[in-house]
Design a binder for this molecule. Structure first.
Ligand SMILES: Nc1nc2c(ncn2[C@@H]2O[C@H](COP(=O)(O)OP(=O)(O)OP(=O)(O)O)[C@@H](O)[C@H]2O)c(=O)[nH]1
Ligand SMILES: [Mg+2]
Length: 529
């Protein structure tokens, strides 16, 4: 019975960590790895000199700037369960990556900064979770700093998210006065120790004598009163309501001080769901793929170039939806029908990347390839399964890109193509002229690109204003597109797959041209497959 696809899937917990920038996702990721026994010491986001860095912010630009620009996966085995943790970037310029990553998650941890509550980007990401019915655990972070009143924070969850908060813990103070939290389920007190090196003491019974050494009488009264009030005011935790996305269990803590993190991991293990059946299409008919199905299947939700800059690799992040995958297996892509032997799949363990000998539904493996696999591709043994599409953001900003050293122009083309294969920024090659045009959703993406072109390809590039304002993929018959192309040469370009793209100088021009060519469609994004 053990090791069947169904039993193995049942012990998977695949979850994403989401929030507004800087709430502490990467710090929490690092401390969850520590709590799970995957690493021995937690690294820091803003580490200097010899200090240890975090595992999930592994790109050079992430380490330099202390922000996440790309989602990463960390797998660890703990308490009989396999956790697949997806750390996401908070900044909205990278939200396409975050949204796609959420399609690979079965649950989410929403991190709130205790001083700030629900911030705009948290709200947006929450809405994506709601659309996909992903259950959410709330971690109210940075309790070691002056926090908002915990009642107000819970109230914000209830009113802004229309979600019933079910606190599992109740904090005693915050900031300099933070003393720990009451476990509302076990009636124990979890002491917090300011002194990072000493670590925190084990929980003690709330009605025993030991609690006196952590809380003075006033603090104790205040905490117990709050705990009583909040239990009266909120619905008790209901596992079913959580799974259906109506209720969120709430934990307070400090990721940086490794407080509340063991508790969060315990809650995820106990309540977060294992992988569910996923809707798919087979020969044009809708079907559901269950984790225990014998056929190996899954989809690519992210592509990363140059994880190993020495090898110019492309890693496709593949989320398994069913079956027992074994190394060397042949999988077929639904779009192209092409078959590939997956000989060197990677598992992303905290301390290093290892060859994945086997994997099950819920797992995320990295498949090295040469630009064949793209975001949104479905892979299965039969090649017949197709999973629903992934979000595609239309580029909002177009820039012309130039390399300072003209001798490196050829090199630039390869580099730009490599990054464009990640499917996050778009590359357009105008039919006339030699400059490339790059499309992105946000300004920060250009900065990241310039940085990565420098680090990963040793190219010094500049992004300049482009004469074009909008890009539209052309749809229509080959003849119609050809007619259009012949009269609009100066505005025609192709993307990395050689699909025809119309580059217009303004929104007005786009509308004007589209009206004159009613047989053609002018699409804001390119649909694949
Ligand atoms: N005082 C305090 N600082 C924290 C805590 N958790 C994180 N921080 C700090 O907050 C800053 C941002 O933390 P990150 O973990 O990078 O936040 P993030 O949510 O991953 O940020 P993005 O990935 O850029 O969206 C860093 O300086 C952390 O050291 C905490 O519990 N207490
Ligand atoms: Mg981060």
């Amino acid at each position: 019975m053990s090791n069947t696809p169904a039993a193995e899937a049942a012990r998977r917990r695949t979850f994403a960590i989401i929030s507004h920038p800087d709430a502490g996702k990467t710090t929490l990721t690092e401390n969850l790895l520590l709590a799970g026994g995957a690493i021995r010491a937690a690294g820091a986001v803003r580490a200097r000199g010899e200090n240890r860095r975090t595992r999930s912010d592994w790109m050079k630009i992430e380490r330099e700037r202390g922000i996440s620009v790309s989602a990463s996966v960390m797998t660890f085995d703990h308490a009989g369960l396999m956790f697949n943790l997806l750390d996401t970037p908070g900044h909205e310029d990278f939200s396409e990556d975050t949204y796609r990553t959420l399609t690979a998650a079965d649950a989410a941890v929403m991190v709130l900064d205790a001083a700030k509550g629900i911030e705009p980007q948290t709200l947006k990401l929450f809405e994506v979770c709601r659309l996909r019915d992903i259950p959410i655990v709330t971690f109210i972070n940075k309790m070691d700093r002056e926090a908002q009143d915990p009642f107000a924070l819970l109230d914000e969850i209830a009113t802004k998210l229309q979600l019933d908060p079910a606190p599992l813990y109740w904090p005693a103070g915050s900031g300099g006065r933070f003393k720990g939290m009451i476990d509302l389920r076990g009636q124990t007190f979890v002491p917090y120790n300011k002194n990072r090196e000493e670590g925190h003491d084990r929980p003690v019974p709330l009605n025993g004598n030991a609690v006196v050494s952590y809380l003075d009488p006033d603090e104790r009264e205040e905490a117990e009163e709050g705990a009583m009030l909040v239990q009266e005011a909120s619905k008790p935790f209901d596992h079913q309501a959580f799974l259906e996305g109506h209720m969120t269990p709430v934990i307070f803590g400090s990721a940086l001080r490794h407080f509340g993190v063991d508790e969060l991991l315990e809650v995820l293990g106990a309540y977060a769901p294992p992988p569910k059946a996923v809707k798919a299409e087979k020969a044009g008919v809708e079907t559901a793929v269950a984790p225990g199905d014998p056929e190996v299947s899954g989809f690519v939700f992210k592509v990363q170039a140059n994880m190993d800059p020495n090898h110019r690799d492309r890693i496709a992040f593949f989320r398994l939806t069913s079956g027992k995958f074994t190394r060397g297996m042949k999988l077929k892509s639904q779009g192209t029908g092409k078959q590939m032997s997956v000989n060197a799949p990677i598992m992303f363990f905290a301390s290093d990347r290892e060859l994945a000998e086997e994997a099950f539904a819920g797992d995320v493996i990295g498949i090295p390839n040469h630009g064949v696999l793209r975001v949104g591709d479905s892979l299965s043994e039969s090649g017949a399964l197709r999973f629903a599409g992934l979000p595609n953001f239309a580029p909002e900003i177009l820039r012309r890109v130039r390399v300072r050293d003209p001798l490196k122009a050829k090199h630039l083309k390869k580099a730009l193509e490599g990054l464009a294969e990640e499917g996050v920024t778009q590359l357009f090659r105008p039919e006339l002229g030699s400059d490339f045009v790059v499309g992105a959703v946000g300004q920060l993406q250009f900065e990241v690109m310039a940085d990565r072109l420098g680090n990963e390809y040793a190219l010094d590039v500049i992004f300049e204003a482009s004469p074009f304002a909008e890009a539209r993929w052309l749809g229509g018959t080959a003849a119609e597109i050809e007619t259009f192309r012949s009269t609009h040469r100066t505005a025609m370009a192709s993307d990395i797959d050689n699909s025809p793209v119309f580059l217009s100088k303004s929104a007005w021009e786009t509308t004007y041209v589209a009206e004159r060519y009613p047989n053609l469609s002018f699409q804001r994004t390119r649909e694949r497959g």
